[in-house]
Design a protein around this ligand. Structure first.
Ligand code: THU
Length: 129
């Protein structure tokens, strides 16, 4: 799948975001090493604190379907300069995906490529134990 197709999947997932409290909609599309795509959106609830980010929804969907190896994740917001994943998501992406490519995108055509190791340097992981 092309990066642009993965971006479109993340943008479509963003439309399903359940974000009545922040009104900040996020979509994610996670591509496995084998080329399958799992999407996610942020899901908020009345306690606020139990909110789950789009990245983690995509990750949990993929892991719960037995996937273990990943190559890319697109994170889509509608901001002028799309935001990077939060710290909690970076930790989990690092532990479960390794040094994947992270592409930030918005509906206006902004695209920016990162390696997770650049977004999350010197992580704590199983090697730290
Ligand atoms: N959010 C994500 O889904 N992913 C991010 O990378 C950053 C933040 C969500 C959580 C919450 O629903 C809303 O965006 C505002 O923080």
């Amino acid at each position: 799948m092309s990066v642009e197709e993965l971006v479109q999947a993340a943008l479509r997932a963003r439309e399903n975001a359940l974000a009545p409290y922040s009104n900040f909609k996020v979509g994610a599309a996670l591509e496995t090493a084998g080329g399958k795509v799992f999407t996610g959106c942020n899901v908020e609830n009345a306690t606020y604190g139990l909110t789950v980010c789009a990245e983690r929804v995509a990750l949990w969907k993929a892991i719960s379907e037995g996937e273990r190896k990943f190559q890319r994740m697109v994170v889509a917001t509608a901001t002028e300069h799309p935001g990077t994943p939060c710290g909690a998501c970076r930790q989990l992406m690092w532990e479960f995906c390794g040094d994947i490519e992270v592409i930030l995108a918005n509906p206006q055509g902004f695209r920016e490529n990162h390696r997770l190791s650049n977004l999350y340097p010197r992580p704590f992981d199983e090697k730290s134990l």
